[in-house]
Design a protein around this ligand. Sequence first.
Ligand SMILES: *Cc1c(COP(=O)(O)O)cnc(C)c1O
Length: 378
Amino acid sequence: MKVPMVDLLAGYPAIKDEAEAAVRAVMNKGNFILGEEVAKFENEFAALNGSKYAVGVANGTDALRLAIVAAGIKPGDEVITTPFTFIATTETISQSGAIPVFADIEPDTYNIDPKSVEKKITKRTKAVIPVHLYGHPADMDPIMALAKKHGLKVIEDCAQSFTAQYKTGGKDWKYTGAIGDCGTFSFFPAKNLGAFGDGGLVTTNDPEIAAELKALRNHGSKVRYLHDMEGFNSRLDTIQAAILSVKLKRVLKWTEMRNAAAAKYAAALKDVCETPVVRPDCKHSFNYYTIRFGSKAVRDNAQKVLTESGIANQIYYPVSLHLQKAYARLGYKRGDLPVCEKTQDTVFSLPMFPELTGEQIKAVTDAVKDSLVRKVSV
Ligand SMILES: *Cc1c(COP(=O)(O)O)cnc(C)c1O
């Protein structure tokens, strides 16, 4: 049985009529750039996420880019982040003129380790960008405490974590993206809330940052053709916003479906490999379902068996950013961030999307089990 990483059409029938009507409504109004659907979606998103403001932008990378500028990060500043993430997290730091500084990760959640962050703080540190990797919240309390102590900004990269909860069960629980100074989100189709194309958004509770973001996405202007600063052309498409409003109503249900699929995976695989840790005070959004093996050889063999059986699988991420050619200039070498390096060599991710069927889950878990007793060469 073939199982894809993500089946973007599996959820389409349920929203087809509403989504197509929403797109048609925009086409009939012709208000394509920053039409009223954008503000409507921003308000709905902010309300769901428990953030005061939400500013739609062109994609999740631009969400980071604009948040970095709006947070006041300047050329030469140091920004501490994780090397175990997609390069968008760090491209946007470098391209703003700032310097990415890599901290190591925690061995159970694969998120940035606050203890390692503390060791990397210098006089030039201006911000920390934790990434809620795969949809598991980073340990925000100690990160926020460090930020307060050292006067740092915190930008949460929530591209994989929309609807994930931190300190869930307690009275001060929050969704990711409502904890730091800004939260950045991606609506790339395969994320928890996917558009029919690119899209992104920044959340914040700070009215000044929100106003700055709105100007930055529109060439820096608050009043048309008047520019107190330069900005970007990075607006969320009205058509995408209309579709996202339709999908937003279902996103919590989809997270429950992802969690249900994750529970089935864990039940079948708990004695076979390391299944994802969910800390007791966290709710996972399961953008990815990532398992870990005892060694690189066992992991690599499992990947081959799955691929041979038609089961899609992917390593997020095979080469940590501190070891990528693009960052050779920063001078890191193997051995510098040992937890991260061990993780990149032993993990891979299984198919994950809300509509994953019991049959598909069985095919995937059977192939993983099979890989432990069957060696594949090539
Ligand atoms: C997807 C992703 C991004 C970038 O989002 P785009 O919308 O593709 O630009 C940034 N950070 C992380 C961790 C991501 O997974």
